[in-house]
Design a protein. Structure first.
Length: 319
């Protein structure tokens, strides 16, 4: 037991030692961490409830009040505190984006492994479905599905609908990527030896193929999170979010519908847009460094490139 903990701590220390050497990776991890902490501690960081109406001395709603008049980011057209909406909106946007991203990665990875390993009719069916979904434009299909599900008057939260629809439509690129890797891995000698000693299909997938795919799956999970957050924000901006629960996309929707630009209320529409950029950029930077660290081929290429640059610099200095 002690040896297992010692090995775990040693691996974590090695991971941190390598991770902290990449400045962009640190920046990406810091951006994502700040967003997560803001979502978790939203009640502590906000002085008002997002639905609370701020009033002046005459008991009138303080509408479109700039930051110089009220709080950190002023108020919106209804008198709600924009800072409180922004922080609580992080909970909705991040939750929907992360859950949808994990669903897309799980579905894409599972189908990609099945298609690549078993091949034949299984591969043909999965890849033809993938091709069909890739041909259909994403945004119109999302709009149709979300609108149709809502018209069915099911007792499902609009946020749950967004999570399911985004997760079940954005697995296609992951499935094709995983399939191509499985086609290569299953032809290697260690897989052939496992088959020779009588190992079953699921044993080979679980113990030989899946560990080889884990770095790729982890990296793509982080990268697809940014896509899922952008999609959720875009759908919410188009009016398909939950209007009773503030998210960054819903805030942008309200800002444009209620003439925030014409009124010069930059504090209403600019912060949620920057928040979306903040999390998306953090996920992309973090995903890139994780891909470099978890993929031995990329790490070796990066090391060879650094050695080549050092050798060139040394040669030039001698000349």
């Amino acid at each position: 037991m002690r040896e297992s903990w010692f090995l775990l701590l040693r691996n974590l220390k090695e991971f941190w030692r390598t991770f902290r050497q990449n400045k962009l990776g640190l920046v990406g991890g810091l951006l994502v961490l700040i967003a997560l902490l803001a979502a978790i501690f939203a009640p502590v960081l906000t002085p008002y409830d997002p639905s609370e109406i701020i009033r002046d001395e005459n008991n009138r709603a303080l509408t479109f009040a700039p930051p110089e008049v009220h709080g950190i980011l002023g108020t919106d057209d209804a008198g709600h505190d924009v800072w409180s909406q922004l922080i609580f909106g992080a909970r909705i946007s991040i939750t929907v984006g992360f859950l949808a991203g994990f669903i897309a990665m799980f579905v894409g990875s599972s189908l990609g492994i099945l298609a690549g390993y078993f091949g034949g009719r299984t591969d043909t069916i999965i890849m033809r479905i993938t091709d069909i979904l890739l041909v259909i434009p994403d945004l119109p299909l999302l709009l149709v599905l979300v609108a149709t599900i809502r018209q069915m008057e099911l007792r499902i939260s609009p946020l749950v609908v967004l999570i399911i629809v985004i997760g079940l439509l954005y697995w296609t690129s992951t499935a094709r990527l995983i399939r191509s890797q499985v086609l290569t891995i299953k032809e290697r000698q260690f897989v052939a030896r496992a088959r020779a000693i009588g190992a079953g299909h699921w044993h080979i997938i679980r113990n030989h193929i899946l560990p080889q795919l884990t770095p790729l799956i982890v990296t793509n999970t982080v990268l697809i999170l940014s896509t899922a957050i952008l999609i959720e924000s875009g759908l919410a901006f188009l009016g398909l979010g939950d209007p009773t629960r503030p998210s960054w996309g819903t805030m942008l929707n309200f800002a444009f519908e209620r003439s925030a630009i014409s009124n010069g209320a930059w504090w209403f529409y600019l912060p949620p847009g920057l928040a979306i950029l903040w999390v998306s950029l953090g996920c992309i930077l973090l995903g890139n460094i994780l891909e470099e660290m978890l993929n031995p081929r990329l790490a070796s290429h990066h090391l060879e490139g650094e050695r080549g640059m050092i050798a060139v610099a040394d040669t030039e200095s001698r000349i």
